[in-house]
Ligand binder design. Structure first.
Ligand code: T5A
Length: 233
């Protein structure tokens, strides 16, 4: 597993197996940090440029993944123990990676995924206290080593996340009901990941206006497309 970690730290934004023709983009952040909003803007922008991109999400994106999502996020359900929770997220991820993400990348598509294994590292590894290293190993096993090319981490304080969740008309899911301590730990966990995987994770200030945030994301995305030879300067 040390090999995996060295590779992740060292290869600067490429999949560990690095065999695919496509580009794998993930979005991360605390609940309500604006991932969905930015993902839609990015997908529209990429399509307007003529790229074959699509959006998927975790947990979800497959029949099994959607069932696991319902099981894990339903506020009526009693929460599973932390290890069971982590394994269920990994099961949904294994299914999504093998059935949807890898085949699309192999066809040269751009896959934009709303959350991926950094969520497990921050939520279950850091905030639930299971440990980042063991869950990184498990995530790499579940995905056969598929690491995003780039991860946009939308950084938002726990108190601002709470305010946004309160303003939403929909009911909170089970994990969004967690207390303030859990949410503070989450942002700390994400900060640790941003420090550890500097080559892959782009930290974005999610407190700015929606369009300003998108400008930051677009700039990084253009850099990546140019560096891959998908666009010329
Ligand atoms: N989970 C997931 C784990 O614990 N482990 C795992 O391994 C995985 C994969 C998934 C839950 O499961 C957990 C994490 C989550 O708790 P989810 O559907 O991803 O659930 O949940 P959320 O992240 O909570 O998704 P949301 O849709 O609620 O949040 P988004 O997508 O981050 O934010 P968005 O774009 O919907 O915006 C939220 C609100 O803020 C406004 C929007 O209009 C909206 O009302 N907004 C802004 N307001 C002001 N300024 C801005 N810049 C704004 N941008 C958006």
């Amino acid at each position: 597993m040390v090999i995996y970690k060295n590779k992740i730290a060292g290869i600067s934004g490429s999949a560990v197996d690095n065999a695919s023709k496509g580009i794998f983009i993930t979005f991360e952040g605390v609940d309500g940090s604006g991932k969905t909003t930015q993902i839609k803007l990015l997908n529209k922008f990429l399509k307007e440029k003529g790229f074959n991109s699509f959006i998927t999400r975790e947990p979800g994106g497959t029949a099994l993944g959607d069932s696991i999502r319902k099981l894990l996020l339903n506020p009526e359900n009693n929460g599973p123990v932390a290890r069971a929770e982590a394994l269920l997220f990994e099961a949904a991820r294994a299914e999504l990676t093998e059935k949807v993400i890898r085949p699309a990348l192999d066809k040269g598509k751009i896959v934009i995924c709303d959350r991926y294994f950094d969520s497990t590292l921050a939520y279950q590894g850091f905030a639930r206290g299971l440990g980042i290293d063991s869950l990184l190993d498990l995530s790499l096993w579940a995905t056969s080593g598929l690491v995003p090319d780039i991860t946009f981490l939308l950084s938002l304080d726990a108190s601002d996340s709470e305010k946004r969740l309160d303003r939403q008309s929909r009911k909170r899911d089970r994990i969004e009901h967690e207390d303030g301590d859990f949410k503070k730990k989450l942002q700390e966990g994400y900060n640790e990941l941003a420090g550890r995987f500097k080559e892959r994770i782009v930290l974005i200030d999610a407190n700015k206006e929606i369009n300003k945030i998108f400008c930051d994301i677009k700039l990084k995305m253009l850099e990546l497309l140019i560096s891959r030879g998908w666009l010329t300067q």
